[in-house]
Design a protein around this ligand. Structure first.
Ligand SMILES: C[S@@+](CC[C@H](N)C(=O)[O-])C[C@H]1O[C@@H](n2cnc3c(N)ncnc32)[C@H](O)[C@@H]1O
Length: 199
């Protein structure tokens, strides 16, 4: 099985530049979408503070809208991203791990993978990740995942930009997504950061 471990490990966005995450993404931006997740979980699992697992939790923005209703455990490859998650969701148990291989040793009522599924670049990677989800699910458990894009609706190129400031840092992020080969199953996103610190 070919796993793109090196490529994922070298992702500078979640390591070297992880300190900029709060300028890139804020919990408020996830409230609407998280409502769908909460409703789907409630409809499938019924009442109760069920125990759920999120793989690739990142800064925990989406999860922050679910923790009032559910007990949560979360996994991410990046310790620095987990530090953001811990600040936002202090009650969530966190583990460093790879969604393709991690085995926590116990099971949950639901496994969630939000936009982090977008980093699974091959069918082998996806299969390994779905096996992780299955290994952590109780019988009749619920698995929800949400890729950023679908082949049917993706338009290449897609360009966006935003500028945000916080605590003496101004970040302008330009995001360029395109599909170099429409016949394969991957797309590419290039991020350009303009970082201004202390002027
Ligand atoms: C866009 S962020 C997730 C943001 C999150 N949905 C939120 O609401 O804050 C993507 C995360 O996926 C993580 N990730 C990428 N590949 C991973 C893997 N193989 N296993 C675990 N986490 C992974 C990255 O470290 C990063 O923190």
């Amino acid at each position: 099985m070919t796993l793109h471990t090196d490529k994922i490990k070298q992702n500078r966005m979640y390591e070297e530049f992880a300190y900029l995450w709060p300028l890139i993404s804020a919990p408020e931006g996830y409230a609407h979408e998280a409502g769908f997740w909460r409703n789907a979980l409630r409809a499938k699992l019924g009442p109760g503070r069920h125990h759920i697992l999120e793989l690739g939790v990142g800064g925990g923005n989406n999860l922050s809208h679910l923790t009032n209703d559910f007990q949560a455990t979360a996994v991410d490859l990046s310790e620095k991203m987990l530090a953001h998650s811990k600040k936002l969701n202090p009650g969530v148990e966190l583990y460093v791990g790879d969604m393709r291989t991690v085995r926590l040793g116990w099971k949950f009522k639901a496994v969630l993978i939000h936009d982090a599924i977008t980093y699974m670049l091959t069918e082998d990677n996806l299969r390994a990740t779905f096996a992780t989800a299955a290994a952590h699910l109780e019988p009749n458990g619920v698995f929800i995942t949400a890729p950023d894009d679908f082949r049917e609706t993706f338009r290449s190129p897609r360009v966006s930009h935003k500028t945000r400031s916080k605590e003496g840092i101004e970040l302008t992020k330009v995001e360029y997504s395109h599909d170099p080969d429409p016949n394969d199953t991957t797309t590419e996103t290039i991020y350009i950061y303009f970082i201004r610190e202390q002027g």
